[in-house]
Design a protein around this ligand. Structure first.
Ligand code: ATP
Ligand code: MG
Length: 582
């Protein structure tokens, strides 16, 4: 597939990163750190960098523009956000919540969530976002692993999901509720946040945190197993800022929309912190996916930079090429995607239908920020995740006979690894020190993903270590097979697994769901198998294919291949706390 060269569009500012090699040669983390305002004596605080530092120059600029479920909008300027987060920090201090204590947030994408997250950081406590659709058990396990001292939530979420857990959560001292209807009675054992905020001081200063002080606790998506609690420090803000400039091409006055929920790391690192450090207006949409409304929103809210995920892109693709043409998307300058591989077909579609290329980038909860990206000024090779950020050294490695890890030759598949030392790197998995240590070997952080690098230095995702299929001596990445299935006009989504086979070791089995207007049937199944065989060859193509109504996904939209496999083989289904309700 040919690389996509991009033209400079008149009327748009030129890219921040114009020459990749030059940017890498010039880059240093010390210089990146110097872009931060910092606190006296070398302190660093995410909230200060995201909010307070902007008040003198951008005080009246809108920081958060929240579109509510009721169809109204609530805006907070940088000055208002600074005052509200100070009040929240003061509330915590008055309640006796110590520096380093963990504050959990459980609510939809409402302004209070953003105030609680940033206010917790201002207090020097650790914020842990929870996805609001979690049921009681996933909430219990995360609150207890994280030793939650404070929970900020709404009365209805509290009644439905948390009240029954209180006895089992002795560390949980305070529950602060964001009232949904005025005058509504609050359950016993809770406090009303609004009243506390009113009584608190809007001038409480930022806690003088150090770069190494813990700031955020993020649970992984649970795609491959039980979610892990990755702890991040205030130093992460340096990377959030720099990657916003280089990978997302933030410019002053941008309106930025990140569709991820703050319950996942993307929704915090890039849905809150990164754009605010640049003084942008962040669009926050409380509502769920609706393709037509999304396109309208991009037009009406004059979004300039949009960060979304392959699952949303595939849903938009299902709605066809005509729909986006009804909207004026000319303000959009840059679109990026993360979370799962972005199939080449999706990139081609975006160029044709939006018409703007979607730029894939790769990172993990553990890395805290973007590590590998397709940059605005760089040609896109559809299906590639791009190149490492300046300041990041990535390699593809393999364990040697002596137990050490070494890089494999160009083009060969191995484990994607990173040289430790970037600012947003996690500090540990909470209560799982040993597991944390096992991620490091021979000076590399091992990501658990398989990849290859081509001669031009582009990285290509092959699959998660656990998902890769070994068939008749070949290593087959599910991504490659899924991408070919997605080329077929009938296919909406595809998930591919390895199924134990006495002869081949494993054989490739595909599950696909169909686009509207296509009917399941033996003829279509045979056609899909034939299409895959023609494009992939007999060794890599699926031997079995099932047409299903939908594929199991995490709530952050990732296909759960481990669940497809467990169901296929009749094995235990494992931790399902992040499974999207069918
Ligand atoms: P768990 O670790 O609990 O199984 P998870 O790995 O899905 O869950 P996240 O940290 O949210 O949790 O996701 C990071 C992973 O998502 C990466 O390791 C990679 O497998 C996948 N991923 C993210 N971005 C991309 C991308 N652009 N291309 C391919 N895969 C991606
Ligand atoms: Mg992971």
């Amino acid at each position: 597939m040919e690389a996509i060269e991009k033209r400079h569009e008149p009327g748009h500012p030129s890219p921040n990163l114009r020459d990749y090699d030059d940017a890498c040669a010039r880059f240093s983390w010390a210089a990146a750190r110097a872009l931060m305002a910092q606190l006296p004596g070398g302190g660093l605080n995410i909230c200060f960098e995201a909010v307070d530092r902007h008040v003198p120059l951008l005080g009246e600029h809108v920081a958060l523009r929240c579109l509510t479920r009721q169809g109204t909008r609530r805006e907070l300027t940088y000055r208002e956000l600074a005052a509200q987060t100070s009040r929240f920090a003061d509330v915590l201090a008055r309640l006796g919540v110590a520096k380093g204590a963990r504050v959990f947030g459980l609510m939809g994408r409402i302004p209070e969530l953003y105030v609680a997250a940033l206010g917790t950081l201002k207090r020097g406590a650790v914020f842990c976002p929870l996805f609001s659709a979690f049921g009681p058990e996933p909430l219990f396990s995360r609150l207890s692993i994280g030793d939650g001292a404070v929970l900020v939530t709404t009365p209805s979420l509290y009644r439905k999901k948390v009240a029954g857990l209180r006895e089992r959560l002795p560390a949980l001292q305070h529950v602060l509720l964001v009232r949904e209807t005025p005058g509504e009675e609050l359950p016993p054992g809770t406090l009303e946040l609004e009243a506390l905020l009113r009584a608190a001081s809007p001038d409480r200063p930022v806690e003088p945190t150090r770069p190494e002080d813990p700031a955020l606790l993020h649970f992984t998506s649970g795609t491959t197993g039980k979610p892990k609690g990755a702890l991040h420090c205030h130093r992460a803000v340096v990377q959030h800022h720099v990657t916003g400039a280089l990978a997302l091409d933030f410019h002053p006055a941008d309106v930025f929309w990140c569709t991820a929920d703050p319950g996942w790391v993307t929704g915090t690192s890039y849905g809150i912190i990164s754009p605010l450090t640049h003084g942008l207006t962040v669009l926050v949409d409380e509502n769920e996916f609706d393709g037509e409304r999304w396109y309208r929103q991009l037009e009406e809210e004059r979004v300039t930079v949009w960060y979304t995920a392959p699952t949303a892109v595939r849903m938009l693709m299902r709605l066809g090429d005509e729909l986006p043409r009804r909207f004026d998307l000319s303000r959009l300058r840059f679109i990026a995607s993360v979370g799962e591989p972005l199939n080449p077909e999706a990139v081609q579609w975006s160029v044709r239908a939006l018409p703007h290329a979607i730029h894939d980038n790769w990172w993990q909860t553990e890395t805290g920020g973007i590590m590998i990206a397709n940059f605005r000024a760089m040609p896109i090779k559809p299906g590639s995740m791009g190149k490492p950020l300046p300041g990041i050294r990535a390699g593809v490695v393999e364990k040697q006979a002596n137990g050490e890890y070494a890089q494999v030759p160009t083009g060969a598949v191995g484990e994607l690894a990173l040289r430790p030392g970037w600012p947003a790197m996690f500090a540990t998995y909470l209560h799982e020190e040993e597991r944390y240590r096992r991620c490091f070997a021979s000076d590399w952080y091992l990501t658990g993903d398989l990849a290859r690098v081509d001669a031009d230095g582009y990285f290509w995702f092959v699959g998660r270590g656990d998902d890769v299929i070994k068939s008749s001596g070949h290593l087959i990445g599910p991504f490659e097979v899924e991408s070919v299935l997605l080329e077929h006009p009938a296919v909406a989504e595809a998930g591919v697994i390895g199924k134990p086979d006495p002869v081949a070791g494993e054989l490739v089995k595909a599950f696909v769901s169909l686009k509207p207007g296509f009917a399941e049937g033996e003829a279509l199944r045979a056609e899909l198998l034939a299409h895959a065989r023609k494009r992939l060859g007999a060794v890599v193509a699926p031997k079995e294919l099932a047409i299903v109504a939908s594929l199991p996904r995490t709530r952050s939209g990732k296909i759960m291949r481990r669940l497809l496999k467990a169901r296929e083989l009749g094995l235990p289904e494992g931790d399902l706390s992040t499974l999207e309700a069918p």
